[in-house]
Design a protein around this ligand. Structure first.
Ligand SMILES: [Zn+2]
Length: 206
């Protein structure tokens, strides 16, 4: 039997989920660790998981790979080691990965950064169109200028947060939270939203 088969035959998705800190309820449902899930939407079957919220699905190896940002092979090695199937320690890279509780806190931070950056991106995209100059003589609107300066960078950040390897994502999230970029941006977006609402109300009254 290959390592993959051995692991899949020995560890159920539910066992793995429990082992790595997911709270499994009576119906074998958990809060999906792969999207911002408040009520359990992921069903754990013996051989596979399925999330009714985001559609994530796969076997026990897929689950662990995604949970820790590992390749399938690394995930299989990790499971084999953590469940005592294979006494060989997994590759050093696997051991360095953060344990689940940290991973979970990280995912929350990551989703928070993604949410704020996405809001900002949409705002910039709107500004780029709404405040574009109509003729070459028009003075450039600050919002249009900001969109021109920032769009590419925000897209880049979002790309990193969504698609880069775990280490790089951890570093980026850490940087964005530590230097207060995201908190400041969130405050500003909230303020802008309120101003827009306020203007809307004034217009409605007038
Ligand atoms: Zn999900």
């Amino acid at each position: 039997m290959t390592l993959f088969e051995t692991v899949k035959n020995s560890v159920t998705v539910k066992q793995a989920a429990e082992h790595y800190g997911c709270k499994v309820n009576r119906g074998d449902m958990i809060c999906c660790p792969f999207h911002d899930d408040r009520h359990p939407s992921m069903k754990l079957n013996r051989d596979y998981f399925y999330c009714f919220g985001c559609g994530a699905a796969g076997d026990v190896i897929d689950f662990v790979a995604r949970l820790f940002g590992l390749s399938s092979y690394e995930a299989a090695k990790k499971l084999a080691y953590d469940f005592g199937i294979d006494p060989d320690k997994p590759p050093a890279a696997v051991a360095l990965k953060k344990p689940y509780p940290l991973a979970r806190a990280f995912r929350n931070d990551e989703m928070y950064c993604q949410r704020v950056l996405c809001d900002y991106l949409h705002l910039l995209e709107r500004w780029k169109v709404e405040y574009a100059p109509h003729s070459p003589e028009d003075e450039l609107d600050d919002r249009f200028v900001e969109a021109g300066q920032m769009l590419e960078y925000v897209e880049y950040l979002l790309d990193v947060l969504m698609f880069a390897v775990l280490e790089q994502r951890v570093k980026s999230v850490d940087m964005l939270l530590k230097d207060g970029t995201i908190a400041a941006l969130e405050q500003r977006l909230k303020r802008l939203k309120k101003e827009v609402q306020h203007r809307g109300e004034e217009r409605a009254i007038a």
